[in-house]
Design a protein around this ligand. Structure first.
Ligand code: FAD
Length: 464
């Protein structure tokens, strides 16, 4: 490690044990399974480069001295993606946070730029915003989202990172004797998206923009969960109701965990959270009343004091739901599922009841309105968790297991021969985020193993 450090010149390095331990953590503790497995993991130092050249210096030194490198943005990933399994150095990218170029339809930014900051600049410059972002919008980096995330607020209209066209270009630095800058476009982007930084360090990303709106938050109550789910799916299927977020929560999630919105909620109701463009408000009000929804809150008529007190609804959604539940009840965890139809959803909900309080993010996947589940799970044992996963699969529902830290076992990303070949070129000695790609460590790995893959790797269609 001292030889490695000696090559870093004046690149900022932190070796204070408390700082290093803090930076060696992401949100792996969302999962009791990952918590037990990864609690002890820590790097030795944190290196914080400020430019592409400094990233190259760090990677050349890591290559030469055999030091493991784990890239890190804001550390909000929740599958332990940024946990340094092999120790070594955390590569903190948050000092590289500039927006480099804004055009009417796209933005180019350094990897450490925070998504809310990117939007602030694109809104001011061209009236545009990122098509979708995770609910950690106010903290997370664009590089971390691309390397570790999948979709989020806006995915109801724009799909996810897995879709061609969601990322326009990446600049990646390799880990070799003389690190190279590669400009990836088209199919090559898919090698690096959602690869946990195992095959190159993203230093720049170019993303498409869409028109920005002053989105209006709405909370709509329903006495019956399936009525709420039906409404959520139908809202998302409406061609002219411009929405950025549609999510559905079974009682008792809202009243138990949405603390600051409590005054607006009615006991026993399930709710749908919406973000609606101002132009669609009148039509949306009509649509809600046609579906006998109970409009409990809308941010465009809230007072300044209320707006100050309440988080935006997207911070109740996606994995913020789990976070809010965990704050109240530390035994709670969650699953990531996909329900092919309302009937599948109804069956699983009635089978598992309050052991799996249901949370659905309505998304668009390959043109279809999709019921993506992030149900809460009242955790008892790992064996029971595995049983619930198996129950879903036996009933035709996909599970992307968030209790696994490897790319392959998480089930989101299929690694394949082309991707492995790319890692051989970009990181020939396996320094980058070691332990996260099974196929790298096990040459006999069966690429066809597993069932559902949200990111379909480089295979153009369908699961294996
Ligand atoms: P990190 O957690 O720091 O890193 C994520 C992964 O990318 C790690 O494997 C890391 O090694 C790698 N990495 C980081 N930067 C780079 C780089 N420059 N080059 C190469 N590899 C890199 N995710 C969603 O997709 N949608 C959501 O709506 C969502 N909601 C969330 C809500 C909460 C409350 C929490 C805790 C998490 C949520 N997540 C969500 C997960 C996570 O917040 C996002 O994926 C986020 O975008 C990660 O960004 P980050 O900067 O924190 O990345």
């Amino acid at each position: 490690m001292s030889d490695f450090r000696a090559e870093l010149g004046d690149i900022p390095v932190d070796d204070h044990p408390r700082i290093v331990q803090q930076r060696s953590r992401d949100h792996y503790w969302y999962s009791p399974v990952l918590k037990a497995k990864l609690d002890h993991v820590t790097a030795e130092i944190v290196v914080s480069p400020r430019s592409n050249d400094e990233v190259k210096t760090v990677l050349a030194a890591a290559y030469k001295h055999g030091v493991a490198i784990t890239p890190r943005g804001a550390g909000t990933g929740n599958y332990g993606q940024a946990m340094p399994l092999a120790g070594g150095a955390m590569l903190n990218l948050m000092n590289m946070d500039k927006v480099l170029d804004i055009k009417s339809d796209r933005v180019r930014a350094q990897a450490g730029a925070v998504m809310e900051q990117i939007d602030n600049q694109t809104k001011a410059a061209v009236g545009g915003e990122l098509r979708f972002h995770p609910s950690t919008y106010r903290m997370a980096s664009i590089g971390g989202f691309i390397a570790g995330g999948s979709g989020g607020v806006g995915s109801v209209r724009w799909g996810g990172l897995r879709n061609l066209g969601s990322i326009l270009g990446l600049k990646v630095i390799t880990c070799e004797a003389e690190p190279r800058e590669l400009d990836l476009e088209g199919e090559d982007i898919l090698k690096v998206a959602h690869a946990y930084g195992t095959n190159g360090i993203i230093v720049e990303a170019e993303m498409p923009l869409t028109a920005s709106y002053d989105w209006v938050d709405m909370v709509v109550g329903f006495d019956d969960f399936m009525e709420a789910a039906r409404f959520g799916r139908e809202v998302a299927a409406q061609d002219s109701l411009l929405v950025k977020e549609v999510s559905v929560y079974a009682a008792p999630i809202p009243e138990a965990y949405f603390n600051r919105h409590k005054p607006y909620l009615k006991d026993g109701q399930s709710v749908v959270l919406l973000m609606v463009a101002p132009v669609a408000l009148a039509a949306m009000s009509l649509f809600i009343s046609h579906h006998k929804g109970d409009l409990r809150y809308r941010s465009d008529t809230a007072s300044a004091e209320e707006l100050k007190r309440l988080p935006p609804v997207y911070e109740l959604a996606w994995n913020h739901t789990t976070l809010r539940a965990l704050k109240v009840d530390p035994t709670i965890t969650y699953l990531q599922t996909r329900y092919p139809s309302l009937e599948h959803l109804e069956k699983m909900t009635s089978m598992l009841g309050d052991e799996l309080p249901m949370h659905i993010e309505v998304t668009r996947q390959d043109g279809n309105v999709t019921l993506s589940g992030l149900p809460l799970l009242r955790y008892t044992t790992e064996a029971r968790l595995d049983e619930i996963v198996a129950l879903h699969e036996a009933n035709g529902c996909d599970v992307f297991n968030p209790h696994r830290y490897t790319l392959e076992e998480g089930g989101m990303k299929r690694t394949d021969q082309k991707q492995l070949d790319f890692k051989r070129q970009a990181d020939p000695t396996g320094r980058l985020n070691p332990g996260k790609m099974i196929a790298w460590e096990n040459p006999d790995f069966d690429f066809k193993a597993g069932k559902a893959w949200l990111f379909n790797g480089l295979n153009p269609v369908g699961p294996a």
